[in-house]
Design a protein. Structure first.
Length: 261
C-alpha cells in the first residue's frame, strides 16, 4: 500500500511516499509553499519518479502552514502531530522535537510511548524562525547556506540584543557600519535564534533524546548554539526537512489500516 504525505510550508513544499507505512520510496522538495504551484509540482514529481499515478496512492494527507488551501488531498492534519510522527519514525527513542520553520518555531514533547504530551509554539513573531535568518542573510548579502562555515570562523560573536526582527535588522546594520566582522555577526545572529528557541524548549519541558526538524536543522551554527544553551546533544537527520511529510504519510497509512479492519 502506498500513502503520500505533503507538507506545505511557508517557503517550501515537501512530499514523502511510503510503502506499507514502513519504507520511504520517494521524496521531493520544491522551493515555494502556500499560494504557489510548488505543492502540485512536488506531488507530480514524486509520482513520476516512482512511476506511479495518483490512483495508485491509497491516501494523501496534507500538513503544514498551507494545508487548508490544498485541494488535492484526502484530508489534513496538524504539523504538530506530523512532526512528532516523522521524528519518531527516524529516531525511535525520540522525546523532544525542536522544529524551526519559515514562519514559526515549535517544541513538541513526546511521552515514552511516543504520544505528544506537550508543545509550545511561537507563531506571533519572526524572531527565532527561518524568516529571521533570511532577513539577516539579505542584510549581510550572503547565502544562508554559508552561515555555518562563516560562523565557525568567529572568535567574538556579536551580541544581538533586540528580540524583534525589525529592531535586530537595524542593530545588525549599525554593527556592520561600526566595523564588526561578518563572521562575528553571523555567530551572534545564530546564537540569538538559539536563545529564543531554547527558552521555548525549557517552557515545554525539553528532555533527551532531542532532535531538530525543519529547514533550519541544516544550519549547524544554530544547532551548536542550541546544544550549548540547553546543555544537551541535538540529533539531526538528513531527512529533518521531511519530518512533517513523513508524519503525514504515516498518518495516512494508519487511517487506511484502521478503516479496513
Amino acid at each position: 500500500m502506498y500513502t503520500l504525505g505533503i507538507d506545505i510550508g511557508s517557503t517550501t513544499s515537501k512530499c514523502i511516499l511510503l510503502q506499507d507505512g514502513e519504507k520511504i520510496i520517494g521524496k521531493s522538495l520544491f522551493v515555494g509553499g502556500m499560494g504557489t504551484d510548488s505543492p502540485e509540482r512536488a506531488m507530480d514529481s514524486i509520482l513520476k519518479s516512482c512511476e506511479l499515478s495518483a490512483g495508485d496512492v491509497a491516501r494523501t494527507i496534507i500538513t503544514g502552514y498551507g494545508r487548508k488551501n490544498f485541494q488535492h488531498g484526502d484530508g489534513e492534519v496538524s504539523e504538530l502531530t506530523c512532526h512528532a510522527l516523522g521524528g519518531r519514525f527516524v529516531f525511535p527513542e525520540l522525546r523532544s522535537v525542536i522544529d524551526i520553520g519559515g514562519q514559526d518555531a515549535k517544541v513538541i514533547i513526546l511521552s515514552e510511548s511516543g504520544r505528544m504530551s506537550n508543545f509550545v509554539m511561537n507563531d506571533k513573531c519572526a524572531a527565532g524562525t527561518g524568516r529571521f535568518l533570511d532577513v539577516m542573510a539579505t542584510i549581510l548579502q550572503m547565502d544562508i547556506g554559508d552561515f555555518d562555515a562563516c560562523a565557525a570562523k568567529s572568535s567574538n560573536p556579536a551580541s544581538i540584543s533586540s528580540t524583534c526582527t525589525v529592531f535586530a535588522e537595524s542593530e545588525v546594520i549599525s554593527q556592520l557600519a561600526n566595523g564588526v566582522q561578518r563572521e562575528d555577526l553571523i555567530a551572534g545572529i545564530c546564537a540569538s535564534v538559539a536563545a529564543r528557541v531554547s527558552a521555548l524548549a525549557r517552557r515545554a519541558g525539553v528532555t533527551p533524546m532531542v532532535c531538530m526538524s525543519g529547514g533550519v536543522a541544516k544550519n549547524g551554527a544554530v544547532r551548536r548554539a542550541l546544544e550549548q544553551s540547553l546543555d544537551m546533544t541535538i540529533e539531526v537527520s538528513p531527512l529533518a526537512q521531511y519530518f512533517g511529510a513523513i508524519g503525514a504519510a504515516i498518518y495516512a497509512h494508519r487511517q487506511v489500516v484502521k478503516e479496513t479492519r
